[in-house]
Ligand binder design. Structure first.
Ligand code: F3S
Length: 288
């Protein structure tokens, strides 16, 4: 007798994919291209951490460069992560026509650290020291601040009278809170700014919620995307059957044995068309 099997349900997280900062940066890049008058259009570093989007931008004529001056001077778009004033100055001196697509929420952190410096607070940035956003913030204070990635880093700080703290926009909430608790023992006066952006908070909360309700999770996004990797970490904590894919080709049929539901989420730099194509691939596998 053939038993009737139920097709697993596929659920997309409430908040997934492009955030407003990334949408804004991409539309600014295309606006710059439309007004380029034939001059080359560059982004300093990849506009988003997503290889498919970068490939499309390149095909359309928006090239990602790692170094100023390496190619003929033209238009330059500063990406959502922002840059230090020193890099901005260098680009201006080299003659680039600059469009600033720094996310307003990152720009706000630059303003906060400057304010903290004016008020004579030593500044600590919680985040990854090698991430361009953190490097831009550190550069705003000409390197005159510290960075803590882990609780261990916070533990190793010298005690101080007062301390001002900001956090990378895409940081993990629980990491941020653990580090700030550690900092309480290091200083008499702690001024903390929760600068994790609302798009990150919403995506992390939605991923955690969904991961707890489904048999398995797929996180869609670039492996080099900080916020995508954070989503995977969150999903894995709640649901060990969590996978990261950059494209539908990476979805594997044998993942779907013995499951009743699949949750999908995506980083803030993952476009809708990739989410849709992964959804379609999963649908084909579970229905076949
Ligand atoms: Fe801005 Fe947050 Fe997106 S800082 S670029 S809205 S992930």
């Amino acid at each position: 007798m053939n038993e009737k099997t139920t097709v697993p349900k596929i659920v997309i997280a409430d908040k997934a994919g492009f955030c407003f900062g990334v949408k804004r940066a991409i539309s600014m890049a295309y606006e710059q291209l439309a007004n380029s008058s034939g001059k080359p259009v560059y982004t300093l570093g990849p506009l988003v951490h997503n290889p498919q989007v970068i490939k499309k931008l390149e095909n359309d004529g928006i090239k990602s460069i790692e170094e100023l001056g390496a190619y003929p001077i033209g238009h330059l778009l500063i990406r959502t992560h922002g840059v230090s004033p020193a890099i901005r100055k260098e680009a201006m001196e080299l003659g680039y026509n600059i469009t600033d697509a720094t996310c307003p929420l990152v720009k706000k952190i630059h303003d906060i650290v400057l304010e903290l410096q004016r008020e004579e607070y030593p500044v600590l940035v919680i985040g990854h020291s090698s991430h361009p956003e953190v490097q831009g913030i550190v550069g705003e204070l000409e390197g005159n601040c510290r960075v803590a990635e882990t609780v261990e880093d916070a533990r190793n700080l010298q005690p101080c009278h007062k301390l001002g703290v900001v956090v990378q926009t895409t940081a993990l909430w629980h990491n941020f809170t653990e580090i700030t608790v550690e900092l309480l023992g290091k200083t008499k006066e702690l001024r903390i700014f929760n600068s994790i952006c609302h798009a990150t908070m919403e995506r992390q909360a939605a991923a955690e919620d969904l991961a707890g309700k489904v048999s398995m999770m797929i996180v869609i996004g670039g492996r080099n995307s900080s916020n995508t990797r954070r989503l995977l970490e969150i999903s894995l904590r709640v649901n060990p059957r969590s996978y990261l894919v950059e494209s539908p080709e990476e979805v594997q049929k044998d993942w779907f044995a013995d499951i009743t539901s699949i949750g999908l989420t995506a980083g803030a730099s993952t476009p809708d068309y990739i989410i849709e194509s992964v959804y379609e691939k999963v649908r084909q596998y579970v229905e076949s």
